[in-house]
Design a protein around this ligand. Structure first.
Ligand code: NAD
Length: 510
């Protein structure tokens, strides 16, 4: 594969000893009740990088008990917004202090490039700071318009104990899109990171303790979806589950949570289209397409994996995309110049490859890549940058999440046809449009079925702006003031002023 930009093994050292990860329950680091452990092998370097306690239902039981006690005794829920904000800001400072350590662990476990991991940790501390601002400024409503003898108040109260279940693709960023908002609202939490990437959530637990967060407010149970995630979902002492992960597991969580009718918030998959019109700034569009599909090796809910390009410019656009794809540095994630690292597991690599092979069998044209990538000196699993054209919207590669560095290219003739293709999807996470015509952009933004629309850009995110999906991409929102609202309940307080109410039963009339 000499025509690709492959970064081979760097001099950065893999630690001799794996990171040891324990559960955090009621302020203590604990081993599993049954002593079980599991190991995480680096997907890029092939060595054991983490040894973690493997939780069971007894560990979940203890963590939920601690979170319930901390909530019910008001150790956190009755603190002031000012005090909560002070803790959140302290944790943000500690995250900044530990940025390089957290980023290194994230790269070892996930195979993502170290430069990207560092940027994610910086983004995470910014979210903690933003949530601190909400902790102080959130408030309810008052109704002084109900008549001279009535006053109505709407109090915002924390939902209670929250189970937080996260995936492996952005472990520290995603936990930071949930925990600080839950804490800002006054909730207590039990967190389960993915079994692929437990280490950085454990470091977050260390930082919460160092910041002085009361025992039981943040608890962590490590392990697999079954039994840990399932027990955290079904437990009747838990008031809410917030989950980020696959749509399949999201549906299982909704079923399991229905037994207690607890609140569920879901951030799920996507098959996100970018539509390119002939009047677009094509140089910027090609760069954004390449970024959108290869960022995080395509293992990204927001992957711009479905390109819908106007047929007049399709050939030129494809040629430019293939040329730029060849220049993206793929390879050793510990090398600071690498932009695309390893695939999370060998099984996942096979799944990606099957989508490409099946598309080719159905008549699509593999214009670049389409197979594993050999990186000299590394034993991990890497996939070539891959561009597939001639894709029809009924092919699995156009409808399902490939979750790899694979671009599917479809074409359109009119705006109507483009919008039809965009909305012909089970998912509705994000969508993008490239055009210099503001009317085209506005029409697209209003008609695309998606939680986020980008115009002439891709994947910009801010702590202030809500993020989430429609259709099978999820329910609820993270970030922004909406991200805090998820963790709040509204309580109505209706107050009578003076003894003005006419009796319902008048004893004098009886
Ligand atoms: P996954 O659904 O396999 O696992 C996610 C988490 O759920 C893990 O911690 C896992 O252990 C746990 N889990 C598994 N089975 C469970 C069960 N029955 N009950 C409770 N918990 C269970 O997802 P993944 O492979 O880790 O992550 C990739 C998926 O996440 C992709 O589909 C991606 O699109 C999605 N994702 C979405 C967003 C978003 O914001 N919309 C962000 C990142 C990732």
């Amino acid at each position: 594969m000499s025509e690709l930009n492959v970064v081979s093994i760097s001099k950065a050292q893999i630690p001799a000893e794996p990171f040891i990860a324990r559960h955090l329950i009621d302020g203590d680091w604990r081993s599993s009740t049954d002593g079980a452990v599991f190991e995480r092998v680096s997907p890029s370097h092939g060595t054991v990088v983490t040894r973690a306690c493997k939780g069971g239902t007894a560990d979940v039981d203890a963590a939920v008990f601690a979170a319930r006690q901390a909530f019910d005794k008001g150790r956190w829920s009755r603190t002031s917004g000012k005090d909560r904000a002070t803790f959140l800001l302290k944790i943000a400072d500690l995250i900044d202090r530990e940025r390089d350590r957290i980023a290194f662990l994230e790269t070892l476990e996930s195979g993502k490039p170290i430069s990207q991991a560092r940027a994610e940790i910086e983004g995470a501390s910014d979210i903690w700071r933003y949530a601190a601002s909400l902790a102080r400024t959130q408030h309810g409503e008052s109704y002084n318009s109900l008549g001279s003898d009535m006053l109505g108040l709407v109090l915002k109260e924390p939902v209670g104990v929250v189970s937080i279940i996260t995936p492996w693709n952005f472990p520290f960023l995603i936990v930071s899109q949930k925990v600080p908002f839950a804490l800002a609202a006054g909730c207590t939490a039990v967190i389960k990171p993915s079994e692929m990437t437990p280490a950085t959530t454990v470091v977050l637990g260390e930082l919460c303790l160092e910041a002085g967060l009361p025992a039981g407010v943040v608890n962590i149970v490590l392990g697999y979806g079954d039994p840990v995630g399932a027990a955290m979902t079904a437990d009747k002492r838990v008031d809410m589950v917030t989950f980020t992960g696959s749509t399949g597991v999201g549906k299982a969580i909704v079923k399991a949570a229905s037994g207690t009718l607890k609140k569920v918030s879901l951030e799920l998959g996507g098959k996100n289209p970018q539509v390119i019109f002939p009047d677009a700034d094509l140089e910027s569009a090609v760069d954004a397409v390449v970024f959108g599909v290869y960022f995080n090796a395509g293992e990204c809910c927001n992957s711009g994996s479905r390109i819908i390009v106007h047929e007049d410019i399709a050939e030129d656009f494809l040629a430019r995309t293939v040329t730029l794809s060849r220049q993206v540095p793929f390879g050793d994630p510990l090398d600071p110049s690498t932009k695309v690292g390893a695939i999370i597991t060998p099984e996942h690599q096979k799944k990606i490859d099957k989508y490409v092979r099946d598309a080719a069998k159905s008549g699509a044209d593999v214009r670049l890549g389409g197979g594993p990538l050999a990186v000299p000196g590394l034993t991990g699993h890497f996939y070539q940058p891959t561009v597939v054209s001639g894709v029809r919207s009924d092919m699995p590669i156009a409808r399902e999440e490939v979750f790899g560095p694979v671009l599917s290219v479809l074409t359109f003739k009119t705006l109507e046809e483009a919008i039809e293709l965009v909305n012909d999807a089970e998912y509705g996470l994000s969508a993008g449009v490239w055009s210099e015509n503001v009317h085209t952009c506005l029409e697209f933004a209003r008609r695309a079925h998606a939680g986020t629309v980008w115009t002439n850009t891709w994947m910009d995110g801010f702590a202030e702006l809500p993020f989430g999906g429609v259709k099978e991409s999820g329910q609820g929102r993270e970030l922004g003031k909406y991200g805090l609202e998820e963790f709040l309940e509204a309580k109505t307080v209706t107050m009578r002023i003076g003894r003005t109410r006419a009796p319902w039963v008048d004893p004098r009339a009886a």
